[in-house]
Design a protein around this ligand. Structure first.
Ligand SMILES: O=C(O)CCC(=O)C(=O)O
Length: 291
C-alpha cells in the first residue's frame, strides 16, 4: 500500500517511485523470459506486431527495442499486470474499478538503447471523459542516469496537453516549438521497484550510454469510468479488461483540457512510440545527449 505521503507526492508531482514491490524471484523470471524473447527476435529482420527492433538489429546480434503487448505473450507478464501490490497502489490513486489499457516492455541495451522523446501518454488516445489514467513502470534492471532512466517534469500533469502532430501526422512526441523540457528530474530505481506516472505527466528518457541494460515493463491502467471518445470495437475485450471492481458504462466527466486534434487519426505505426517518433524532426532528448 502507498503511504499518504506517496499519494500526496503523486498528486503534486504527477509521478512517484515505490521501491521493492516485486520479489527477486519474479525479477529473475522476468529477465529469463525477456531474454528468451530477445533470442527469438533473431528470426526477424523487420518490426513485427511483437518486436520493435533497434536500427542495428541483425539475426547474429539481436537488438530488441520493445516487446509489444507483453501481457498477451507470456503468463509472467500477465501475473505482473494483476500483482496485488501494484493493483493496491493503482486503486489508491484512481479508485477501486480498474481497467487495463495496454502494456509494453522497453529495452535499452547497454551502450546504444534508443531514447524516448518528450511526450504525454494522454495525447495518444482521443479525448477521454476524465484523466484518471496512469502508467506503472516496473524496473526489470536497475534504472540509472547512465542507462537512460525515466525523466519527468514535476507538476506537468496539471498543465497543457501538447500537440504531438507534425504536418498533420501523429508523431508520438511533442512538436510545439514553445515546449522546453525545463526542470526535468531523472528518476533512478533499483530492479523490482516501480514508478507510477499520471497520463498527462511529461516524460522522456535518454539513450543508454552505460554498460548495463535497462529494461522497463510499462503497464497502463485507467479508472473504469474514464471512457475514450474512440469507439469501442470489441465489447468482450473491453469487459475482460476490468482487473478489479466492476465495469462502468456510465462515463464520469472531469474538467480537463481537450487533447489537440481529438478527432484526427493516431496511427499506431506498428504499435510503437519508437516507430512513431522516427518521424519527429525536433528531437530534444537526442539533441541534448552527448554523442
Ligand atoms: O521506456 C522509456 O524510457 C519511456 C517509455 C514511454 O514513455 C513510452 O513508451 O510511452
Amino acid at each position: 500500500m502507498l503511504t499518504q505521503e506517496q499519494i500526496d507526492l503523486y498528486q503534486t508531482n504527477g509521478y512517484i517511485v515505490v521501491e521493492q514491490v516485486i520479489s527477486a524471484e519474479d525479477i529473475a523470471e522476468l529477465r529469463k523470459i525477456t531474454d528468451e524473447f530477445v533470442d527469438k527476435s533473431r528470426e526477424v529482420t523487420e518490426h513485427t506486431n511483437i518486436f520493435d527492433l533497434e536500427p542495428g538489429h541483425t539475426p547474429e546480434s539481436p537488438q530488441l527495442r520493445r516487446l509489444k503487448n507483453p501481457v498477451a505473450l507470456h503468463p509472467i507478464y500477465g501475473r505482473m499486470l494483476r500483482h496485488d501490490s501494484i493493483l493496491d497502489s493503482v486503486a489508491q490513486l484512481i479508485g477501486p474499478n480498474i481497467r487495463y489499457q495496454t502494456s509494453k516492455l522497453n529495452m535499452k541495451s547497454a551502450g546504444f538503447g534508443s531514447p524516448v522523446e518528450w511526450h504525454q501518454d494522454f495525447a495518444f488516445g482521443g479525448d477521454a471523459t476524465n484523466d484518471d489514467m496512469l502508467s506503472v513502470g516496473l524496473a526489470i534492471d536497475d534504472m540509472t542516469r547512465e542507462n537512460g532512466c525515466l525523466l519527468f517534469i514535476p507538476g506537468s500533469h496539471k498543465g497543457p496537453i501538447y500537440d504531438h502532430y507534425q504536418n498533420d501526422v501523429f508523431v508520438g512526441g511533442i512538436t510545439d516549438p514553445n515546449f522546453r523540457p525545463d526542470n526535468a528530474v531523472p528518476v533512478e530505481l533499483k530492479a523490482g521497484g516501480i514508478t507510477i506516472h499520471h497520463t498527462r505527466t511529461l516524460h522522456a528518457s535518454a539513450p543508454n550510454l552505460g554498460g548495463q541494460s535497462r529494461r522497463l515493463f510499462l503497464l497502463q491502467y485507467c479508472a473504469a469510468d474514464a471512457l475514450s471518445s474512440l469507439p469501442i470495437t470489441d465489447w468482450d475485450a473491453f469487459d475482460a479488461a476490468i482487473l478489479r471492481g466492476e465495469q462502468i458504462r456510465e462515463p464520469r466527466y472531469a474538467d480537463i483540457p481537450s487533447v489537440p486534434r481529438p478527432d484526427s487519426p493516431r496511427p499506431g505505426r506498428g504499435g510503437s512510440i519508437y516507430e512513431q517518433q522516427t518521424l519527429l524532426v525536433r528531437k530534444q532528448v537526442s539533441e541534448s545527449t552527448p554523442k
